[in-house]
Design a protein. Structure first.
Length: 256
C-alpha cells in the first residue's frame, strides 16, 4: 500500500510538472505528425493489422516532450481496435547555454513517461537519459528506466528495469533523402516470474517524397517498418505459444 501511494505521488508530480512547464514556456521547436502503418507477421494478436499513429514532440530550454497514440485495427478478432500510447518528458541537468556539440555526451537528463491504453497497460517509468553526439546521426538517445505498473490486478506485471535507445539518421539522396529512425526497448530485469524479459526492435526506413511534390520543405514519407519483439508481452516463447514477433509493414507518414 505504501509503495502504491509513493508511485501515485510520483505520477501526480510528473503530470503537474509537465503541465506547468509546457504551459509556462514557449517551445524552441515542435513537430506534429500522423502515420498509417499496415502489415502482417504479428503474434499473440491478429496476424494482419492496420495502425494510425499520431505523434507530437517539442523541445524547450528545460528539456523535451514526446507523446504518441496508436489506434490499431484488427480483422477477424473480437476486438475491433485497441489503443496504446505514451507521454514522456525529459528534464535537462546541464546548462542549456553551454555549447556541447563537440562533446561525446551533449546532455544528461531525467526521463519520465506514462504508458496508457486499452486494458491494464498503465505503467510509469523513471530514470536517467543521455544524448550522444554520434557521427551521421540526427540524434541518439539512451535511457535507463525503472518500470512500475499502475495496475495491481490484470495482465500487467511488467514491473522491472528497461533500457531504451532511440535514434534517427538522414541520408541525402538526390533532391530528397532517406530517413532511418526508430527505437529499441529491452526489459532486462523483471519483478514477477510470470513476466519474462523481452526485447523490442522497431526501425523505420522511409523516403521523403514530399520534396518531389510542391514544397521543398514538405515532409511526406513512404517506406517500411520492421517490428521484432521477443517474448512479446512478457510471454515466454515456446512450442506451445510462439511469442517471438517478426512483423513487416508498409508505412506512410505526414508531418504537419
Amino acid at each position: 500500500m505504501r509503495r502504491e501511494r509513493s508511485i501515485g505521488r510520483l505520477v501526480t508530480l510528473f503530470v503537474l510538472m509537465c503541465i506547468g512547464q509546457v504551459s509556462a514556456t514557449a517551445p524552441l521547436w515542435r513537430d506534429f505528425s500522423g502515420a498509417y502503418v499496415a502489415g502482417n507477421g504479428f503474434t499473440l494478436d491478429p496476424d494482419k493489422q492496420q495502425t494510425i499513429t499520431l505523434e507530437h514532440a517539442a523541445g524547450y530550454g528545460w528539456g523535451d516532450t514526446f507523446t504518441y497514440l496508436d489506434t490499431t485495427f484488427f480483422r477477424g478478432d473480437e476486438r475491433a481496435y485497441s489503443l496504446f500510447g505514451e507521454t514522456a518528458a525529459r528534464w535537462s541537468l546541464t546548462d542549456s547555454d553551454t555549447d556541447r556539440s563537440d562533446q561525446a555526451v551533449t546532455d544528461v537528463l531525467i526521463s519520465a513517461s506514462l504508458e496508457f491504453g486499452s486494458g491494464t497497460v498503465e505503467t510509469f517509468t523513471l530514470g536517467p537519459s543521455i544524448d550522444l553526439n554520434a557521427p551521421a546521426f540526427d540524434y541518439l538517445h539512451l535511457g535507463l528506466m525503472r518500470r512500475e505498473s499502475l495496475n495491481r490486478s490484470g495482465f500487467n506485471n511488467s514491473d522491472g528495469w528497461q533500457f531504451v535507445p532511440t535514434w534517427s539518421l538522414t541520408i541525402p539522396a538526390g533532391r530528397s533523402e532517406w530517413v532511418i529512425d526508430g527505437f529499441a526497448k529491452w526489459i532486462f530485469a523483471t519483478d514477477h516470474s510470470d513476466y519474462h524479459p523481452n526485447f523490442q526492435f522497431n526501425p523505420q526506413i522511409k523516403y521523403n517524397i514530399g520534396k518531389h511534390l510542391s514544397d521543398a520543405d514538405k515532409r511526406v514519407y513512404v517506406g517500411i517498418e520492421y517490428y521484432y519483439w521477443s517474448n512479446k508481452y512478457g510471454v515466454k516463447s515456446s512450442s506451445v505459444a510462439d511469442s517471438d514477433q517478426h512483423a513487416i509493414s508498409f508505412l506512410a507518414k505526414y508531418h504537419f
